[in-house]
Ligand binder design. Structure first.
Ligand SMILES: [Cu+2]
Length: 162
């Protein structure tokens, strides 16, 4: 093949690759839009639901504002993580008490992607601190993704902390 032909072929290959990338991008945008229109509303609805039924948010935990910090107190169970709700814009100190025998090979490490937290439990009080900046419901899980739970961040008007 001549140099010119090779150059031409390269060009057409590049064009094909570009076409593929564009197709993938279009598909990605459509998928994101389809998913995006569903989940945010569901998150907001569930947040309201928690607000109206404060008992749900406090089923396993207590929440109190102390010196400008939301202090959430929960217990660690062998087979589940607490479901909590907090208010947006106020720093959170989440104190999880791990009683003797509650930690096992599954629940011992907890990952909260939204706050880039990786916590390894030890017996007694475990303190997890984060700033809830975004409203919504954020999933977290054990390191093996078997135990999952959520942190719901409520808008200021939806306070459950009064
Ligand atoms: Cu696990």
């Amino acid at each position: 093949m001549s140099k010119r032909k090779i150059a031409k072929k390269k060009k057409s290959n590049r064009k094909k690759a570009k076409g593929k990338i564009v197709t993938i991008l279009i598909i990605a945008v459509v998928v994101i839009m389809a998913v995006g229109t569903r989940f945010p509303t569901r998150n907001i609805r569930s947040a309201r639901w928690v607000t109206e039924n404060t008992g749900i948010a406090n089923e396993d935990s207590t929440l109190a504002i102390e010196n400008g910090v939301q202090v959430v107190r929960s217990s660690l169970y062998s087979d589940r993580y607490p479901v909590i709700a907090v208010q947006q814009g106020i720093p959170v100190r989440w104190i999880i008490n791990a009683p003797p025998g509650s930690i096992n090979g599954c629940n011992d490490r907890m990952t909260i992607p939204e706050y880039r937290i990786n916590h390894t439990f030890r017996q007694g009080e475990n303190i997890i601190e984060f700033m809830p900046e975004n409203i919504g419901r954020f999933r977290f899980a054990c390191w093996m993704n078997m135990i999952t739970s959520t942190i719901t961040v409520l808008a200021p008007g939806e306070s459950i902390a009064n």
